[in-house]
Design a protein around this ligand. Structure first.
Ligand SMILES: [Zn+2]
Length: 462
């Protein structure tokens, strides 16, 4: 009797300890996450009028899942799941940029018209600029890129010492472009997130080295996200410069036409070739056409801007040398949408796993169902998952137990969590078994609690 009592007391103490641990866990409950429904679509004459216009898969699925909402043409509210994913994507990009020596800065959105007139781009870019005037009659544009601003910043500093070279400055901020016809949701907006980097070197050779390093970093970012991409030779457009490349995700919805060589690794945007070109200019192999969504663009600028704004490097002999520059963009919100575009099915979102809003969605039994006795096991499993350090904030509990398991599983797959764990009938067995669904492969396996925890330990997270 005494031993029995002692052992049950010990058991109780252990349980209490478990709960005091668990109380420290901040639960991510789906019922608490702001994810408005789609009633706005029914009430929006503008959306209805546009329902015949082409839309994109990512746009349709993001609307359906309640993850973004249009505010005005080409401008969107990013809702909590989308922001989580964006923040992870930014982390991936930050790491890659800092790996090649990038230093993060943050420049004003309001860009002085005077600087843009000095570079000649005020009129060149023209109607694509969103412009405004302040109370003192000073003119600005809402920055689409920051070549003028950053070169002026560096230029007024009197020169970069050769000891500081190469200098790589970048930012991830909102950018603006007055698109005539914004479309495809986050793929072609008027207000969007962009990573823009600007580099300064003392001579061409060093600048080409920097250019190649940043291009390699771009390829690493897309590979980290498991995205098939092509790097193509591109036109320098209104940014200017001597050499340029674009990075594309091949997709039928893409607005750029690419020619890719089947023999060597030559690839180019059609714009840069003669209209009748059928053979690869480097190996004469057959070129095939495909379509791509542009997600990154790099430019070797030379001294185009540094000359105008007097950005110089100071060499070892203390002499000023006009800086050789490069600029490098990644459309961050576009990359997010483009990856959804190429990975998703018609029915369900698929994110690059690393940047999915949450890695895991747990679905406990429906209230009032036979399986309801397993609710307790579900919460315990959730809290145990959260004690794995890398999973602390990566699991969401779908506590909307008034809904059937089936309905919630369907929604979980629409949202695209990489792993969905269902706490159903088998959770009542001894030991309890849990159904783990792999969203990408469709694979389903039944695991014990220990099995789930060891499986989850190996899920890669950022
Ligand atoms: Zn070739």
């Amino acid at each position: 009797m005494r031993t029995l009592l002692r052992s049950s007391l010990r058991h109780l103490a252990a349980r209490r300890a478990h709960y005091s641990d668990a109380s420290k866990v901040k639960r991510h409950l789906l019922s608490r996450i702001y994810q408005p429904g789609n009633r706005w679509m029914e009430n929006s004459p503008e959306i209805q009028a546009k329902s015949n216009e082409p839309s994109s898969k990512s746009q349709r699925l993001l609307y359906k899942a309640g993850l973004i909402r249009p505010a005005s043409p080409g401008c969107f509210h990013y809702l909590p799941h989308t922001v989580r994913s964006m923040e992870k994507l930014i982390l991936v990009i930050d790491r890659a940029m800092q790996e090649v020596g990038g230093q993060k800065i943050d420049m004003p959105t309001l860009c002085s018209a005077a600087l843009w007139r000095q570079s000649g781009r005020w009129d060149l870019v023209g109607t694509e600029l969103l412009c405004l005037t302040d109370r003192h009659n000073r003119e600005y544009c809402l920055g689409p890129t920051h070549e003028e601003a950053v070169t002026d910043l560096v230029g007024t500093e009197g020169g970069i010492s050769y000891k500081q070279l190469p200098l790589l400055l970048y930012q991830i901020t909102r950018k603006f472009r007055d698109e005539k016809r914004p479309c495809f949701g986050l793929l072609r907006g008027r207000e969007f997130y962009m990573k823009d980097m600007y580099t300064f070197d003392i001579n061409e050779e060093a600048a080409y080295q920097t250019y190649n390093n940043v291009c390699d970093a771009y390829s690493n970012i897309f590979s980290t996200l498991d995205l098939k991409h092509v790097k193509v030779q591109a036109d320098t457009g209104n940014i200017g410069g001597k050499m340029s490349h674009e990075f594309h995700l091949p997709a039928s919805i893409g607005e750029d036409r690419l020619l890719v060589c089947g023999t060597c690794d030559f690839a180019a945007n059609v714009e840069t070739l003669h209209p009748d070109e059928e053979n690869c200019p480097s190996c004469r192999g057959q070129l095939t056409e495909s379509k791509g969504i542009e997600i990154g663009h790099t430019f070797y600028l030379g001294t185009k801007y540094s000359h105008i704004f007097n950005a110089v490097c100071i060499d070892a002999e203390n002499k000023p040398v006009v800086a050789e520059m490069g600029c490098y963009g990644i459309g961050v919100s576009r990359l997010l949408a483009a990856s959804l575009e190429v990975l998703s099915t018609e029915e369900d979102l698929h994110w690059p796993n690393l940047i999915a809003p949450y890695q895991i969605c747990l679905i406990p039994p429906k209230k009032g169902s036979k399986e309801m006795a397993a609710s307790f096991v579900a919460e315990e499993l959730y809290d145990d998952i959260c004690t794995i350090p890398c999973m602390r904030n990566e699991a969401v509990l779908d506590d909307r137990v008034h809904l059937t398991i089936g309905k919630r599983v369907m929604e979980a797959h629409l949202l695209g969590y990489p792993y969905v764990i269902v706490i159903g009938k088998k959770a009542l067995e001894s030991p309890p078994m849990f159904e783990v669904q792999n969203h990408r492969t469709g694979e389903v396996q039944f695991l014990s609690k220990e099995g789930v925890l060891s499986f989850i330990q190996d899920v890669p997270v950022i």
